[in-house]
Design a protein around this ligand. Structure first.
Ligand SMILES: [Zn+2]
Length: 281
């Protein structure tokens, strides 16, 4: 399923004679998803391409197709990996081969030079898709040999056309990549996290200390992020309805301070959470 990015998709499926593409744009827009759908489109044997049912589509989805390479690096992409991609891509068969390199900016200088050589000796039926939020970190000589396709945040209406659950849209922050990974299960979890915040407001000091101990052992950054989203939304509603927003504003400020401390310093998690929960109104 593709959400938004209609223009980009049209350019891709109508493109001819292109050997390499560069998908650029911020994170979580669904660039990798589109690249995988494009790989299916090129190899699909169904009538409506990609059909998501034929063996080619399924093999790509499961990442077991021998004509499909997907690099999802955690760290620098070394030259050996690029050589391996080259070997797989240039094995002689007549069928289309597609290689997707996510986070292409993680290619080292040597890797980029090696990749450039691949682009310089075009090979029939091979397509490369580079994906990056930082195209400026790629060699100009690579940039000049690829067709660049830019991706932008998708509107809520476009997301809504595909996903009906209002809450998924609310939590996706206009990033389709995020909307797709957000399940209703996850949203239930988010709601529990929000309920927890509301409950703490009625706790006595002792219970607040106990809760702080518990929370500090969980996924703090996720919990704080969700609380922040929720408090911001509450704040906007209170402003709009001319209600008293002083407490919410104070809570947001404290949460921002503690989150930033946790992100930048080695501050004790339990202590920081205690400070936050004691002040919560
Ligand atoms: Zn298919």
């Amino acid at each position: 399923m593709i959400i938004g990015h209609k223009k980009q998709w049209e350019i891709l499926i109508k493109s001819k004679n292109y050997q390499a593409f560069l998908f650029s744009g911020q994170e979580s827009l669904g660039k990798k998803k589109i690249a995988i759908e494009f790989a299916k489109f090129l190899r699909c044997q169904g009538k409506q391409k990609p059909c998501d049912q034929c063996s080619e589509c399924l093999e790509i989805e499961k990442k077991i197709s021998s004509d499909f390479v997907l690099v999802e690096p955690e760290q620098d992409i070394k030259i050996n990996e690029i050589r391996e991609i080259k070997r797989k891509m240039f094995l002689s068969t007549n069928s289309f081969k597609i290689a997707i390199i996510d986070k292409a900016h993680l290619m080292t200088k040597d890797s980029q030079n090696c990749f450039l050589k691949i682009l310089e000796e075009p090979h029939k039926n091979t397509i490369f898709v580079l994906i990056t939020e930082h195209p400026d970190l790629l060699l100009p000589t690579i940039l000049s040999r690829v067709q660049q396709i830019k991706f932008f945040p998708v509107s809520k209406t476009e997301i809504q056309q595909q996903i009906s659950e209002q809450e998924i849209i609310e939590y996706s922050l206009n990033q389709p990549g995020k909307a797709l990974s957000l399940t209703l299960e996850k949203i239930k979890e988010y709601k529990n996290i929000i309920n927890r915040l509301e409950k703490i407001k009625n706790y006595n000091i002792g219970d607040r200390f106990l809760e702080a101990k518990k929370i500090s052992q969980e996924n703090l950054s996720e919990i704080f992020f969700i609380w922040l989203c929720y408090l911001r939304k509450t704040f906007l509603e209170q402003c709009k309805n001319k209600k008293n927003y002083a407490d919410t504003k104070k809570n947001i400020k404290n949460l921002q301070t503690i989150s930033s401390l946790l992100g930048r310093t080695n501050v004790n998690k339990k202590l920081a959470t205690e400070l936050l929960l004691l002040e919560l109104k």
